[in-house]
Design a protein around this ligand. Structure first.
Ligand code: GLC
Length: 568
């Protein structure tokens, strides 16, 4: 394992700063809180932390609208508190990567304020300006993609909200300014970056209009009301067609190479992981991004063995083809998606399925990323009062439905509650006390706490319960760390026709490990023909069967069981 880099062997944990831990009791997470929870994370077996944006921001997009790249949002603390956090994480052997939002800044960033002030200021060309909207492009969050700035008498382009103007990355000064910000944190000792929405950095230079016969609001509505397979296929086609000219434009490979060169100026194997599933952005395997997320794995309503096998086959073939072999990176949830427990649950076996999916991410080939709260089984929380929504994309949709589309407020509230990302961003549930122990009882947290904290979905109650999901994660992470084949090993699917269960090998020259995930309520008796191997020595099982040997001619699994066994 010694030849691997830290980011290949690490288990990453995504912290959503606003919701993770409220150290000063004001209803908002902060660095004091995060620092106090580092021992918890260490104990869970975490080696790498990814922080969603912690920079000053007017929070139209919950921090993804950055107004200063070189500071800490006051509600999260001070730069000194950040440094304390970083040192304390490093002291525990944990690396820290930050979120880097390249495509756009906040409309309150000094760069934009200057750029919009006149047509001939020094930053006049730092954003994307036009005299009149040159096409019908849409913002994927709130309607038209071109917004008028009266100060300049011109329109600026924004792929996301109008409070998130796109930077003009064809201007070399923009690059220099952003690389300075990148160096600011690297100089401080930060270990790398997660690159936000990189696909949207460059647009089609010909500004080709889209051909979808709908506005953004209408398409969202159509997505909700589509019933037949034909309608659903049309929805997918329309989403693709509406935005295909607004991302993936020429220039991104060169830009990633430039950024990689900045990162490589530093020692300590600093790294980049892209919020994109396109393996092309890994370049030749050693000159662009170190990792891209395997999002196709999570893009399914139901996690099935067939889906997983197909996904692994495609991804691994692509990674293996890179001149320097690429490293995989798996995740099932983040701050933009419905929580694993809810999304892949069937309403009946949610707890069992959550355990299977945890095991999936922790045993597949590649670096795993888990999202805060996943380890205690946090679920989506539907916010039906529009006044409580903080995700402005949802507020916009609510108002659009009621105001422009004549939808009844009650239905609109339900729709907005369904589509908002607030449901998977609610505060971390630390205990079985008011506010789930996130904030003091007399304080209203920035988003409501999911009341299911009182039913055992909290760290405190799970901490000492050997059967809790939290302890399941801990045990499984420990087995992963103690089993080299699960970290560095190759992947080989077994029983590829099986519909009920997903079986595969992870192996090195020295060790072969069998993993079986029984995604069904039926008991399985399986036979594996593996040359030179006779017994499966159980390393881990979700059914508490304890360590024992099973003959490979008859491996028994209970309903929804997870089995990890070393072959002998
Ligand atoms: C990414 C972030 C998302 C944000 C968007 C715009 O997709 O994950 O939360 O809204 O970029 O920055």
């Amino acid at each position: 394992m010694t030849t691997l880099k830290w980011w290949q062997t690490a288990l990453f944990y995504q912290i959503y700063p606003r919701s993770f831990a409220d150290g000063n009791g004001d209803g908002i997470g902060d660095f004091k809180g995060i620092t106090e929870k580092l021992d918890y994370l260490k104990d869970l077996g975490i080696d790498g932390l990814w922080l969603s944006p912690h920079f000053p921001s007017p929070n139209w997009d919950c921090g993804y609208d950055v107004s200063d790249y070189c500071d800490v949002a006051p509600e999260y603390g001070t730069l000194d508190e950040f440094k304390t956090f970083l040192n304390e994480a490093h002291a525990r052997g944990m690396k820290v990567i930050l979120d880097l939002v390249l495509n756009h800044t906040s409309d309150e960033h000094a760069w934009f304020l200057e750029s919009k002030s006149s047509r001939d200021n020094p930053k006049a060309d730092w954003y994307v300006w036009a005299d009149t909207p040159p096409n019908n492009w849409q913002s994927c969050f709130d309607g038209e993609a071109w917004t008028y700035a009266p100060e300049r008498g011109q329109y600026y382009y924004h792929y996301f909200m109008k409070q998130q103007p796109d930077l003009n990355w064809r201007n070399p000064e923009v690059k220099q300014a952003m690389w300075d910000a990148v160096r600011f944190w690297l100089d401080m000792g930060v270990d790398g970056y997660r690159l936000d929405a990189l696909g949207t950095i460059y647009e089609d230079p010909a500004l080709t209009p889209h051909t979808v016969p709908m506005t953004m609001g209408e398409l969202r509505r159509f997505s909700e009301t589509a019933q037949t397979p034909e309608e659903k296929a049309l929805v997918d086609k329309y989403w693709f067609d509406m935005f295909k000219n607004q991302w993936g434009g020429p220039g991104l490979h060169d830009l990633m190479k430039e950024l990689r060169a900045v990162i490589d100026e530093y020692d300590g194997d600093r790294m980049l992981v892209g919020e994109d599933d396109n393996i092309d952005y890994m370049g030749d395997g050693d000159d662009e991004l170190h990792l891209v997320f395997n999002f196709p794995l999570m893009r399914t309503e139901k996690m099935t063995p067939a889906h997983i096998r197909k996904n692994q086959k495609e991804r691994i073939a692509r990674l293996d083809k890179l001149p320097t072999r690429g490293w995989a990176c798996n995740t099932l949830g983040n701050h933009d998606t419905s929580r694993i427990y809810t999304r892949y649950g069937d309403g009946q076996h949610d707890a069992e399925l959550a355990r299977l999916n945890a095991a999936l991410v922790l045993t597949l080939r590649g670096t795993p990323f888990i999202y805060n709260g996943e380890e205690i089984g946090m679920t989506d929380y539907l916010i039906t009062d529009p006044a409580k929504l903080r995700d402005t994309m949802a507020t916009w949709y609510y108002e659009h439905l009621v105001g422009e589309m004549g939808v009844a407020p009650a239905e609109a509230a339900q729709r907005a509650g369904d589509m908002t990302r607030d449901k998977n961003r609610t505060p971390m549930q630390w205990g079985n006390s008011a506010n789930g122990g996130f904030s003091p009882a007399n304080v209203e947290p920035w988003l409501p706490v999911n009341p299911n904290y009182a039913g055992g979905v909290n760290v405190h109650d799970q901490q000492d319960n050997p059967d809790s999901l939290l302890n399941y994660y801990r045990r499984l992470v420990r087995v992963r760390k103690q089993t080299p084949a699960l970290v560095v090993g190759e992947y080989k699917p077994l029983h590829e026709k099986a519909e009920d269960y997903f079986a595969f090998l992870r192996f090195t020259e020295a060790q072969s490990v069998l993993v079986v995930l029984n995604y069904s309520a039926s008991h399985q008796e399986l036979k594996f023909n593996l040359p030179g191997k006779k017994t499966a020595h159980v390393l881990f099982s979700s059914s508490g069967r304890g360590k024992k040997d099973e003959p490979l001619s008859k491996v028994s699994l209970g309903a929804f069981e997870v089995l990890v066994a070393e072959l002998r």
